[in-house]
Design a protein around this ligand. Structure first.
Ligand code: DGL
Length: 273
């Protein structure tokens, strides 16, 4: 069988924070990244729209030959992953796999909180779905989860406005709103893959006492573990250390922003989806 890359999908640039950890921890594999930047953000969109956009992205990555796709987007993981796994995956063939980013994070949360009170910052879609609350009940029923939606953060980051005075004011106000809900929060989960881009600023506002948790390292660790347990899948993954980028936006736009995020020169291909 021809060996194939791992597909990584996000609504926009956010999944690059996951991809960069995958490149760090699993550098020998090949990856195809697809950012649906032209239709981002997904965060305020309905279930039906997020589901159909995510299915189109999955369809595209499978058409590129991928056997494994990481949905590196919490909103898509929360609103579309389960339905695609249950209803759509079978038509692509038995060996195809799709993994999300919520499970690796909820499995880990109880290991790092000592107050058993965890704050979660995410898109409106992820908060409304209560996917983290539902998953967390399985792994850590004693942890109280305090959620706050930050609907402006993805547009700020996608438009490179997160470092402006207005951007910083909006971000600070959201962190303060989360923390004002419960004084014993000792961990903040960044439950949107865009947010690690502003992780340093979030840490500065949250203060030294609070752990700020990004998902990338957890997703990469879980994937190492998953591939070690699924050798039949690992054996079909190609390992020439390459990355190919696709975007639904203008590729020059994508390349400029993605090169800044990844701190290396990125050349993408536009696809109409
Ligand atoms: N990076 C996506 C996430 O993790 C952002 C969603 C959006 O496009 O609003 O939720």
């Amino acid at each position: 069988m021809k060996k194939v890359p791992i597909g990584v999908f996000d609504s926009g640039y956010g999944g690059l924070t996951i991809l960069s950890e995958l490149l760090e921890k699993l550098p020998s594999y090949d990856y195809i990244y697809f950012g649906d930047n032209a239709r981002a953000p997904y965060g305020n969109r309905s279930f039906d729209v997020v589901y159909s956009y995510t299915l189109e992205a999955v369809d595209f990555l499978f058409s590129q030959g991928c056997e494994l796709i990481i949905i590196a987007c919490n909103t898509a993981s929360a609103k579309a992953l389960r339905t695609i796994q249950q209803n759509d995956l079978k038509k692509y063939g038995s060996q195809k796999r799709i993994l999300g980013v919520i499970r690796p994070c909820t499995e880990y949360i109880s290991c790092i909180t000592s107050t058993n009170c965890v704050g979660l910052l995410a898109t409106q879609g992820t908060v409304n779905s209560n996917s983290y609350g539902i998953e967390l009940k399985k792994f850590a029923p004693n942890v109280t989860l305090v959620q706050h939606a930050c609907p402006m953060w993805v547009p700020l980051i996608e438009n490179n406005m997160h470092n402006t005075d207005v951007g910083k004011m909006i971000i600070k106000a959201d962190i303060e709103k989360l923390l004002s809900q419960n004084t014993v929060i000792d961990t903040i989960v960044l439950a949107c893959t865009h947010y690690p881009v502003i992780q340093n600023y979030i840490k500065e506002i949250a203060g030294k006492e609070i752990e700020v948790l990004a998902q990338g390292p957890l997703v990469a660790e879980k994937l190492i573990d998953y591939l070690s347990r699924h050798k039949e899948l690992d054996n079909v993954l190609s390992k020439d250390a390459s990355v190919v980028y696709f975007t639904s936006e203008n590729s020059d736009f994508f390349d400029e922003a993605a090169s800044k995020f990844m701190k290396r020169t990125i050349r993408s291909t536009h696809i109409a989806i």
